[in-house]
Design a protein around this ligand. Structure first.
Ligand code: GDP
Ligand code: MG
Length: 270
């Protein structure tokens, strides 16, 4: 149960704040004296908010794929996603040379390609099958409404089921939320009953019933509750995120148990 060789994948929908958080978290880790490095897995990104030690763009270049294959941007993304997996040994070689204790991996922009095609699972298993974790980012704008919140959590769960790795839900860009909004979302994440009543307050429709069913099945498989609010912009919540990720390795998969209560982190930022 150590930090040694932990791989943390930052996953989430496009624009959720993966690269920003990965960069802010890298800096936080280094300030804490952790030997951390960061890997860019996004072949299409033009600018990064950090300096990657390992950069997949060295081997997979989206523009070049488009030029050489005649594919458009979407087709090239699909091809690039598969090519990343084919570079897994190079990524591993570069990481082996760095010998870092803590490896952060900034996932490609198109989560569906990384997660639902083969490349993500292949890469996570190839690099560090026993020591990988997911930080799953939820965009706060998509979490304000109960039904939208449920679909975000559901997407996160399919990511987890697909990759088969321990996962921590992260509420990204908390600085964009009003204090009441943040409080509401945190309550939903901790008390499924409050989420259920918020769903019931929405307009009655077939979809409302579906959302309620989804919520119940998420509870049934024991994936609720727990959510960690962070802000890369204001450097908030990173210590709690670290504690939550560490907890995944210390055997506790109940984020409300043992050392940590996510409610504390909300209190602290208030
Ligand atoms: N206000 C605010 N904006 C953020 C934060 N993190 C990221 N952003 C912005 O959200 C957008 C997407 O961020 P990025 O890290 O590139 O997301 P990615 O596509 O998931 O890697 C950018 O415009 C960022 O400046 C944050 O903590 N607070
Ligand atoms: Mg990014």
């Amino acid at each position: 149960v150590t930090k040694e060789n932990t791989h943390v994948y930052f996953l989430g929908t496009a624009g959720a704040g993966k690269s920003s958080l990965a960069g802010a978290y890298l800096e936080w880790c280094r300030n804490e004296g952790l030997d951390a490095v960061i890997v860019n897995l996004d072949p299409g990104v033009e600018r990064l908010p950090y300096q990657p030690e390992v950069d997949v763009r060295e081997w997979v270049n989206l523009k070049q794929i488009m030029e050489e294959s005649g594919l458009g941007p979407n087709g090239a993304q699909v091809a690039a996603s598969d090519l990343i997996a084919m570079q897994a040994d190079r990524i591993k070689g570069a990481l082996d040379e760095l010998k870092a204790d803590y490896v952060l991996l900034d996932a490609p922009g198109q989560i569906e390609l990384f997660v639902f095609r083969q490349s993500g699972r292949f890469l996570t298993e190839f690099l560090a099958p026993e020591r990988s974790l997911i930080a799953y980012l939820i965009d706060p704008i998509l979490a304000k409404q109960a039904s939208s919140y449920v679909s975000q959590v559901l997407l996160g769960q399919s990511v987890q089921f697909r990759l088969g790795l321990p996962m921590t839900n992260v509420l990204s860009k908390m600085d964009l939320l009003e204090p009441e909004e943040l409080e509401k979302i945190m309550t939903w994440s901790q008390e499924p009953d409050s989420l259920e009543s918020a769903l019931l307050d929405e307009q009655a429709s077939m979809y409302r019933e579906m959302n309620l069913d989804i919520l119940r099945s998420l509870q049934g498989v024991g994936t609720l509750p727990g959510m960690f609010p962070v802000s890369a912009a204001n450097v908030q919540g990173l210590e709690d995120l670290y504690a939550a990720l560490q907890l995944q390795f210390s055997g506790g998969d109940d984020p409300n148990s043992a050392y940590f209560d996510p409610a504390d982190s909300v209190d602290r930022v208030r």
